[in-house]
Every structure is written in structure tokens, then in C-alpha cells.
Design a protein around this ligand. Structure first.
Ligand SMILES: [Zn+2]
Length: 340
């Protein structure tokens, strides 16, 4: 029997992912360039002119600027001003492309392949801006496109981009962003670079966007704004925290807004486990928040899984473990029409 360590050769998508996940970020241009390459799917040997690259590149940036104004760590950028002006405020695609060719690629084309102290060993293009006003696609990029994992790469770039811009918007390091819930204050918070708490929002406000003023379980009207009749409820009961196999019980994925009756009233949930149709409803709610570019999206994905299959598996597994501990299941008496 062998007891030697075995070194696994990195495959081509390892290099790509290293760039996306571990490359340095001072602006989000790297993500825009990565998404542009993945959507254009140029072939090996092809020259991609900056003017062609500028179309998806500036479109992605303008899209992101619309929901997340902070796309750079510096206080201002002439290029981003142009993206706002010609991509959003007074749409003019020709001007936007012109400005992008002039200003947009200055740092990103050089920096794209740098991870840590230097460039990665496999490159996806060669810089030919000086002679040909563009970049030359390599064999490596073609090999990346042929890989079975190719379909996931664009979503991964998007997810990383969202996380980074959320962190910048909050003024914290993207490595630290993990939104947590404070049970006493009923607020969502994260920790800044000095591990100090930063309250993000009231938990009620964040959850009510989906529930639209209704109890998660029975659809009774609640007043999430003043909180007088609204409880932040742990779908899987908080008491499970005593058992260390139940992780992240305070995670946003497990929190809903409920009326006092359902939460702890007579015939209420107390320490029982909601039934499978309610688990289905929880899954729908989490998927909705993930799909709608909610600020909690990255936290939900970090907590329960990066794709739908693994998230459903996570919930199902949690359910089975929880029911084997607490034994009783619960659902509310039917009252109003289902509305989510
Ligand atoms: Zn209720």
C-alpha cells in the first residue's frame, strides 16, 4: 500500500477559477472581462478587437452599476463615470463603446492573469493592443470552453462579482462577508475588517420584501414595519442549537417572519418541525432571494450551497436530522389563500 502524497496537476479551469476567486480586486473590471470572454466564446488564434470586446464589457458594467454603484475601491473613475453617463443616464451605445475603448481596458488586460505574486502559468489571451488594438485568444481558452464545467463558469463569475460589490458597498473585506442574525436585536449584521459589527438592516425589513406583510405559515396580515405583531421565527427551531450537528441555525436561510399565533401561540409551532410542503415554501423563498439579486444572495449561497441541487439537498438533510431529534411535525390551520 502506498502512503506517499500525490500531487494533482491543476486542470485548465483551476487556472481560470484562481483568477476569478483569488486575483486582486481594485475594480470589478476583471469580472466584466471574464464574462465578456465567456459570452463571446472566441476561438483559439482569433484576434478580439477592443471595439468588439467593449460591447459586452461596458454592458455588464452598466448593468451592475445600476444596482451596485460601488464598482471600484478608488473614490472615482473617469471610465465608470462614462459608463453611468452613456450606459444609464443618457444611453448612447456608440459613445459608450468609444469611451470604453479609450479608458476601459487600461488596467484590466495587464492585470487579469495576475494571482498573488505573479501571472498564472496558463494564459487565456495574449496582449496585442500595441500592434493590433486587441487581444489574441490562446489554445487554453478554447480548451476551457470545451470542458464540461464551462456552463458553470459564467454563474461563478457573476456570483463572485456580486459578493465583491456588496462588500465594497458595505465598506468591508469581501473575504469576511457573511451576514448573520442577531436574535436579541433582530438585525442583520456583518463584521468589518476589525471584526467590529456593522448592522446592515433590520431583519424584518429584509425578509418582508418576499412575504409582503403576511405570516410565512398562515398568511395572516402582519405589520413587519413596526414589528408589533411580527416575530422573527426560526423555521427549524432554535432549540436545535444545543446539538452541534445543527449548524447555522441563525442563518438567514432559516429565518422567516411569523405571526405570534404561529410562532408560539396556542397550537403554534413551538419546538416542532414544519411539514414538507412548508419546507418547499422555504426553499422557494430562498431561491427567490437568490434569483433576484438580493443583497443576501451570497450569504444564502455560502450557507446552503452554490447550486439548486445542493441547496435542496441541504434543506432535505436538515429536515431529516431535525425530525429525528424533535419528532413532532407541525402545520398551521388553513386560514387564507396561499400567496407565496
Ligand atoms: Zn401565522
Amino acid at each position: 500500500m502506498s502512503n506517499q502524497f500525490i500531487a494533482k496537476e491543476p486542470v485548465i479551469e483551476d487556472y481560470w477559477r484562481a483568477i476569478i476567486l483569488f486575483g486582486r480586486n481594485v475594480a470589478s473590471y476583471k469580472f466584466a472581462l471574464a464574462k465578456s470572454l465567456l459570452s463571446l466564446k472566441p476561438e483559439a488564434g482569433q484576434l478580439l478587437k477592443l471595439s468588439d470586446l467593449a460591447i459586452p464589457f461596458s454592458t455588464y458594467l452598466a448593468e451592475h452599476l445600476r444596482h451596485s454603484p460601488k464598482q471600484i475601491t478608488a473614490s472615482s473613475s473617469k471610465f465608470l463615470e462614462a459608463c453611468k453617463r452613456y450606459g444609464i443616464d443618457e444611453p448612447n451605445q456608440n459613445r459608450l463603446i468609444e469611451e470604453t475603448v479609450k479608458l476601459g481596458f487600461n488596467n484590466v488586460i495587464d492585470a487579469f492573469h495576475i494571482v498573488g505574486a505573479g501571472e498564472v502559468a496558463k494564459k487565456f489571451y495574449i496582449d496585442e493592443r500595441v500592434v493590433n488594438n486587441g487581444i489574441r485568444i490562446t489554445e487554453e481558452f478554447s480548451r476551457l470552453i470545451e470542458r464540461i464545467q464551462f456552463g458553470n463558469l459564467s454563474a461563478e463569475v457573476e456570483s463572485r462579482w456580486n459578493l465583491v460589490e456588496t462588500a465594497w458597498g458595505l465598506g468591508i473585506s469581501s473575504n469576511l462577508i457573511e451576514i448573520q442574525h442577531d436574535n436579541d436585536e433582530q438585525t442583520l449584521f456583518t463584521l468589518d475588517s476589525a471584526r467590529r459589527r456593522k448592522t446592515i438592516t433590520s431583519c424584518r425589513g429584509a425578509l418582508n420584501g418576499y412575504q409582503k406583510g403576511k405570516c410565512f405559515y398562515c398568511f395572516t396580515d402582519i405589520h413587519a414595519d413596526d414589528g408589533s405583531d411580527t416575530e422573527v421565527d426560526h423555521f427549524f427551531p432554535f432549540v436545535l442549537q444545543k446539538d452541534s450537528t445543527f449548524k447555522l441555525i441563525n442563518g438567514i436561510w432559516n429565518l422567516v417572519l411569523a405571526c405570534p399565533q404561529c410562532n408560539a401561540g396556542e397550537g403554534g409551532k413551538h419546538q416542532k418541525i414544519p411539514t414538507l410542503p412548508l419546507l418547499e415554501r422555504l426553499s422557494r423563498r430562498n431561491e427567490f432571494l437568490i434569483a433576484s439579486h438580493h443583497p443576501l444572495r451570497e450569504t444564502l449561497m455560502n450557507q446552503t450551497g452554490s447550486d439548486l441541487v445542493s441547496r435542496r439537498h441541504y434543506l432535505n438533510d436538515y429536515y431529516n436530522k431535525a425530525i429525528s431529534k424533535l419528532l413532532h411535525s407541525w402545520e398551521p390551520p388553513k386560514k387564507d389563500m396561499e400567496c407565496f
